[in-house]
Design a protein around this ligand. Sequence first.
Ligand code: SF4
Length: 250
Amino acid sequence: MSGGAFLSEIFSSIQGEGPYIGMRQVFVRFLDCNLDCSYCDTENKRAVLRECRIEKEAGIGLFSYLPNPVSIDELEASLTALEGFDGLHHSISITGGEPLLQAEFIRGWLEAAKKRRAIYLETNGTLPEKLKSLIDKIDIISMDIKLPGTGAIAPQWEAHRSFLEIAAEREVFVKVVVSAATKDGELDHALEIIESVNAAIPLVIQAMTVDGRPDEGLSPRRIFDIQERASRRLKDVRIIPQTHKITGVL
Ligand code: SF4
């Protein structure tokens, strides 16, 4: 096992996306990503961020700093200080970047840690072998299916399919970011993958934001069209925007 994890921040906030929106979580944000989406809004390069900032107490917005890599003991001590009273946090959100790039650390950490809360994994859904290595430690999976024309990245279809087949062993939902550039053909490809695994897996459609604002070229009618197209094949299709920018929380 590696000596530690490359992290950008540990903090307490509310989940801003998807069906668990509004739930209070402790976030552990991992550095680095294997993709380079055009709409990415997280600073995720370990070469740039050499320290991890850690909120000193839940919700106060004051931070201490630890040099990377962060050890399991340091991470556990930070979580103990942040968690507050029983019942404050619903779960621990493992996020990024792409946290599964550091799956070996995460597995070691979750084996060593006492079971604190439910473990909620936010992932781009492209590293199925990494997921398989720790699926037994994860309770809830929020996975993306990336539409290549929307994020200006290479297609990830087969990786997404394999990933969702493994993720379906747990509670899972899929998030798809759409924009004015989204084509029906790539949307259909994503729908086929979900339908082939289980049409009851919830799909969250999230309109792309640029600098905190909705994509101006994406009309409300087009968003409804996308939901209606998806609802012909899937049982649970929701339109849920990102809310961090609205509430102003971390
Ligand atoms: S997968 Fe997520 S973290 Fe990685 S580049 Fe895309 S938006 Fe950014």
